[in-house]
Design a binder for this molecule. Structure first.
Ligand code: GDP
Length: 525
């Protein structure tokens, strides 16, 4: 008998949320370096130097230099199994970036010491807030000039509403980094420069006498700051952390691997293990129940000849074994995971079994959509993943009017898959829906797939709207004919969205019509 509860208990499934350039890739490598037994869970890349699967989709990925297919990195440390779920950023920022947060139990908010809370970090943080995902903060690049530590704490608190509880505290201002005081473990650790990527950081302990002799005034100052933190009670409180009221904070430099081991320890000690997940009726399914999993990302068109899809599933309960026949909750149909075997058989990342918190890639998943549930044994359906606030809008039209049927079918299909949000209005009609996206990359995917899979080439006319609010039909009437704004209905959930060119326009329409209902959507900051 496998001890499912025991396996779940040693899992830590998390994502790094950050703004481009804060150091997410550097941190990911550094984390993996500190740990061992690295596999790319669910990855579909071939072995080194050889692509297992090639397609023009991969071509798009290659030419753009972005990674669309990676899903999760798995590694072990101190007897724990870590699943680091990727949050695509930069050019491939899309609705998927938000959706993957449905698969994690904790987030590491990585901030650049010189830049503080940046826009993309805030957006991802908003999703964490909505999902009540506990957040550990890592202030990165302390080896470079940046802001003051206390100032950063204020900013974190002000922007996130979370009370910062530093676990480590830097000695020396950013750019003149001597080491950290480990408040939790009552240690002093010297900062040693180690070349990135090569070795683990050498972290040497110091006595207070040594610190005083070597660090002088910087040590006194750090001591005063730590005393201040003690005084205001900025101490870690597990309950406050788990209920999204406080955030433990660590300082370090991913590039030189400093503080990275401490971050792993914090994840092992503080981040929650996979727990019972509430279903759509708010009934929790214990982790030791029979298998259940949530599809959080669907990667389409890996191989255009087969119109293949790979679905990334977060195991929520039970033990996954390759070859199982599961039930797809949305349709009640069986879903055979034996196809995963063939696919992964050629690749190194074979997933033979998995436990709560793990990520599994299932091929031949044509019927699966983000937010879907798969289960074995007693039926369960997890709540759907909500749609997020779009910021990019474009009108799509079939280039060839003879293809309007294919065009409509394709749009409906991509809408159902959650590739893009489709907005409609009577005014615009069925042949010119508005496509709404979180990142512009989503338009490219739509264009590519409509042509490749449905034979419908499309043209896109970008609209200059940049923000959307939930509204109602009375407000829609008030807004009719307004310049720089429009009300559209989202096809997937029939939500009415008021879209605006900018905040200023929204503000002026709102002041003309104080009764207007405009509610923020998730991730809107
Ligand atoms: P990402 O866009 O968040 O994935 O950021 P990268 O990991 O690519 O890092 C962006 C840049 O910051 C790169 O040039 C890194 O070498 C640099 N960088 C990352 N971490 C640190 C750090 O701790 N200290 C310094 N000085 N540079 C860093």
């Amino acid at each position: 008998m496998t001890d499912v509860a025991g396996e779940a208990k040693r899992r830590r499934t998390f994502a790094v949320i950050s703004h481009p350039d804060a150091g997410k890739s550097t941190m990911t490598e550094a984390l993996a370096l500190h740990a061992s037994a690295i596999t790319q869970a669910g990855a579909v890349h071939g072995k080194a130097g050889r692509r297992g699967v090639t397609s023009d989709w991969m071509e798009l990925e290659r030419t753009r230099g972005i990674s669309i297919t990676s899903a999760a990195l798995r590694f072990e440390h101190r007897g724990h199994v870590f699943n680091l779920v990727d949050t695509p950023g930069h050019a491939d920022f899309s609705e998927d970036t938000y959706r993957v947060l449905a698969a994690v139990d904790c987030a590491v908010m990585l901030i650049d010491a010189a830049k503080g809370m940046e826009p993309q970090t805030m957006k991802l943080f908003e999703v964490c807030r909505h999902r009540r995902i506990p957040v550990i903060t890592f202030v990165n690049k302390w080896d470079r000039p940046g802001r003051e530590a206390l100032q950063l704490l204020d900013e974190i608190e002000e922007r996130t509403g979370l009370r910062p509880t530093p676990i480590t505290w830097p000695v020396g201002i950013s750019g003149d980094f001597h080491g950290v005081v480990d408040r939790a473990e009552q240690r002093l650790i010297r900062y040693l420069r180690t070349p990135g990527g090569a070795t683990k950081a050498q972290e040497a302990d110091l006595t207070t006498e040594q610190a005083q002799a070597e660090w002088g005034g910087d040590w006194l100052r750090a001591g005063e700051e730590v005393a201040l933190l003690d005084e205001i009670g900025a101490d870690h409180d597990q309950k406050a952390f788990e209920s999204h009221e406080s955030t433990p904070v660590l300082f370090g430099a991913a590039l030189t691997n400093f503080g990275v081991g401490r971050l792993l320890d914090a994840l092992a000690d503080l981040a929650p293990a996979p727990g019972p997940r509430a279903d759509i009726a708010d009934r929790p399914r214990p982790v030791e129940s029979p298998f259940s999993g949530l599809v959080f990302k669907v990667q389409a068109n890996m191989d255009p000849a087969h119109r293949d899809r790979i679905a990334f599933v977060r195991v929520c309960s039970g033990r996954f074994q390759r070859g199982m026949v599961l039930t797809h909750a949305a349709t009640g149909r069986p879903f055979a995971t034996k196809y995963a075997q063939a696919m992964f058989g050629q690749e190194r990342a074979t997933v033979d079994e998995a436990f709560p918190g793990d990520v599994v890639g299932l091929v031949n998943a044509t019927a699966l959509r983000p937010g879907d549930t798969l289960y074995d044994g007693p039926a369960v359906t997890y709540p759907p993943i909500p749609s997020f606030a779009p910021e990019h809008f474009a009108v799509a039209r079939a280039r060839n009017s003879g293809k309007s049927k294919q065009f409509r079918r394709g749009i409906d299909q991509l809408d159902a898959e959650g590739v893009i949000q489709v907005l409609r209005s009577d005014l615009r009609g069925d042949q010119a829906p508005v496509l709404a996206a979180v990142g512009p990359m989503q338009f490219e995917v739509v264009q590519h797939r409509l042509a490749a899979e449905f034979g419908a080439e499309i043209s896109l006319d970008h609209l200059d709207y940049t923000l959307a609010r939930r509204t109602d039909s009375a407000s829609a009437e008030l807004m009719a004919g307004q310049r720089g704004a429009e009300v559209l209905m989202r096809s997937s959930d029939e939500t009415l969205l008021a879209v605006f060119t900018d905040r200023w326009r929204m503000g002026s329409i709102k002041s003309d019509h104080p009764g207007l209902v405009l509610e923020p959507l998730i991730a809107d900051t």
